[in-house]
Design a protein around this ligand. Structure first.
Ligand code: CAA
Ligand code: NAD
Length: 281
């Protein structure tokens, strides 16, 4: 693999694009929002400069990575990519529309991967004429730091696509786990109900947000408490995942906490908006 397209320049897409460029791939990073694209470009550049100044990356690799990265708003620039990783909003309809467009304009051999947190890969693949080349490649936030990539095969994903995707994740230095294609896969099937329960704990007045987070940080050695982590992930992303779990698995235990819903309705999406459970202003 020589070139990659990353669609969505938010926190995940920009981190994936950075990883790919640092590992020597030519990267097209696309976002439909020009502001998001320029924010992504400067955050990648700052992150690479920080890694170089701390000695985690050589100057040569850092300079080369910045040279390999190109930003665009034109989907057709992705036409020669060997693989495209989609990291846009967690909505099945919006993702399907994108997969259908990518199917029409990318080369026939290209793999179309999704960084979705929860949505069925089989259904995303159904929007294309190449379901054997569609796969879930689920990075954890922040992608440059977190060691894991969860790979999800759709019902029609080929062995060839799986092997190439696994090799790509390993080239990025990641450990791969494999999940069947069921809502939330492995990590979010377990993590999101915990985060949702932390919201219920706050909502029903069991404890303050600080005590809930401190309890889980010091009590179970998590690097962040669940409410702090929800702000880090994005409350909109957490809510979308809970809705996919509820719709896909049917159990009432996945009903999103009303407080989580209310925060999202109020635009309190977490760190990326400067306010979520906590205020970052
Ligand atoms: N990009 C690149 N480097 C980053 C970074 C980013 N976005 N964020 C932090 N770093 C680097 C810092 O530069 C720092 O490097 P040095 O050690 O060389 O100085 C290092 O990571 C540690 O960062 P900090 O000292 O700023 O902060 P920290 O020690 O608190 O670590 C953290 C930050 C790695 C995010 C840590 O708090 C953590 O592991 N939190 C939990 C993250 C987690 O659970 N992620 C998974 C979420 S679930 C998911 O992603 C799936 C989904 O679908 C929702
Ligand atoms: P984000 O809100 O930070 O970024 C999404 C970006 O996609 C935005 O910049 C937006 O302008 C862009 N976008 C939306 N629709 C688009 C389209 N049709 N074409 C081009 N660009 C479009 O979101 P994020 O947190 O980076 O999440 C992206 C994906 O990654 C989601 O599927 C999410 O579930 C998944 N994910 C998120 C996390 C996390 O911790 N936030 C972790 C793993 C996976």
């Amino acid at each position: 693999m020589k070139s990659i397209g990353v669609v969505g320049g938010g926190q995940m897409g920009s981190g994936i694009a950075q990883l790919a460029a640092v590992h020597g791939l030519h990267v097209w990073l696309l976002d439909s929002d020009p502001t998001a694209l320029s924010r992504a470009s400067s955050s990648i550049s700052n992150s690479i400069h920080r890694l170089v100044s701390k000695g985690h990356l050589s100057q040569v690799v850092g300079t080369n990575a910045l040279r390999l990265l190109q930003c665009t708003s034109n989907l057709e620039d992705l036409c020669s990519a060997d693989v495209v990783i989609e990291a846009i909003v967690e909505s099945e309809d919006v993702k399907k529309k994108l997969f259908s467009e990518l199917d029409k304009l990318t080369k026939r051999s290209a793999i179309l991967a999704s960084n979705t947190s929860s949505i069925s890969i089989t259904r995303l693949a159904s929007a294309t004429t190449r379901p054997s080349q569609v796969i879930g490649m689920h990075f954890m936030n922040p992608p440059p730091i977190m060691k894991l990539v969860e790979i999800i095969r759709g019902a029609n994903t080929s062995d060839e696509t799986f092997n190439a995707t696994k090799a790509l994740a390993e080239r990025f230095g990641k450990i791969v786990i494999c999940s069947q294609d069921f809502s939330g896969f492995i990590v979010n099937r377990i993590l999101m109900p915990m985060i949702n329960e932390a919201f219920f704990t706050l909502y029903t007045g069991v404890a303050t947000k600080e005590d809930i987070d401190t309890g889980m940080k010091l009590g179970t050695n998590h690097p962040m408490g669940p409410l702090e982590l929800a702000d880090f992930i994005g409350l909109d992303v957490c809510l979308s995942i809970m809705r996919v779990l509820h719709a896909g698995l049917g159990d009432s235990k996945y009903i999103p906490c009303p407080l989580l819903v209310q925060y999202v309705d109020a635009g309190r999406l977490g760190r990326k908006r400067g306010v979520g459970v906590y205020d970052y202003s």
